[in-house]
Design a protein around this ligand. Structure first.
Ligand SMILES: [Zn+2]
Length: 298
């Protein structure tokens, strides 16, 4: 099930295209580990075993559909504005989702009298350096607060889509909207407050992490609601689209992943919330269309 966009124009001006510019060296993930965790867990779900042992075949990202390397910004802009590009190319579709999110959140923040900045959207292959440490292809999508940037390794995302058990392009829309939710938490000041609280009170660090992650799920739901209502540069959601997002949110629930990887559920090890919590908070945001409904810290 595709995503139905109001218009097909794609604006690549906010894209930081690092494809084909991989850096050598280590693949350790630095300080942003809590944020990065979403997709690390997904990899574990997909492949099983210890995250440290997981490897994608070298160069896999190069061959993924919708992955073109070495384009100039002008070439990317031109390709993403050819007929059918949003359907055909994952990168163009993700850029479009973020374009819609930029418009939705700029309007919503303005309505609330809040200042707003758009995040950058980075695509990379292999490894890349971020303000949150080095990131590798194994990490998948994440948001890095110091850079105010969302990072996608598209080869990985293709694999996610094929093996996720959460088919449908709106599963990708949910993931992008969740990462965008972390950007909102950063510009609203929630993210630094939570990181400080975790340092003061390490015994509750996981509880804080879960609240932060569930709020990003809720914001993704609010985005879906507001984007669906927009007259221009919005999306027209079907019930199938919402089912795809809910399915994806549940698939990355800590209990589902633990059950699959460890064969048992250990709530003390949760950092993102259960399948039921993630479903509930996405739907809370989607039904309300109001970020004030997203107080997951109570
Ligand atoms: Zn997250």
């Amino acid at each position: 099930m595709g995503i139905e966009f109001d218009d097909q124009r794609v604006d690549v001006s906010g894209v930081d295209d690092r494809r084909g510019r991989g850096v050598g060296g280590g693949v350790a993930i630095g300080g942003g580990a809590g944020v990065v965790g979403l997709i690390i867990f997904v990899i574990v779900t997909l492949l099983g075993g210890d995250p440290g042992q997981l490897q994608l075949p070298a160069g896999q990202g190069d061959q993924a559909p919708g992955q073109v390397q070495g384009e100039t910004a002008e070439e990317l802009q031109a390709r993403c504005n050819t007929a059918g590009a949003i359907e055909k190319y994952t990168d163009c579709r993700l850029i479009k989702v973020v374009n819609v999110a930029d418009d939705v959140w700029a309007d919503e923040f303005k309505r609330r009298g809040l200042s707003f900045e758009t995040p950058r959207l980075a695509f990379f292959t292999g490894q890349t350096t971020t303000g949150c440490g080095a990131a590798s292809a194994q990490v998948g999508p994440f948001y890095c607060p110091p850079d105010q940037e969302i990072f996608f390794e598209l080869g990985f995302l293709e694999q996610l889509q094929q093996q996720f058990g959460a088919q449908g392009t709106f599963a990708q829309g949910y993931i992008a909207a969740h990462e965008y939710g972390h950007h909102l938490q950063t510009i609203l000041g929630t993210e630094p407050k939570v990181r400080a609280a975790q340092q003061r009170d390490p015994s509750n660090a996981n509880a804080y992490s879960i609240a932060l992650e569930l709020q990003a799920d809720c914001y993704a739901g609010v985005w879906a609601n507001l984007a669906d209502k927009r007259a221009e540069n919005g999306i027209n959601l079907s019930e199938d689209n919402i089912a795809e997002a809910v399915n994806a949110a549940q698939a990355v629930g800590d209990d589902r992943i633990q059950q699959k990887v460890q064969g048992r559920v250990d709530p003390e090890g949760w950092t993102h919330g259960s399948a039921e919590q993630r479903r509930t908070w996405f739907l809370t945001g989607y039904r309300s269309g109001d970020i004030d409904s997203c107080n997951t810290f109570q």
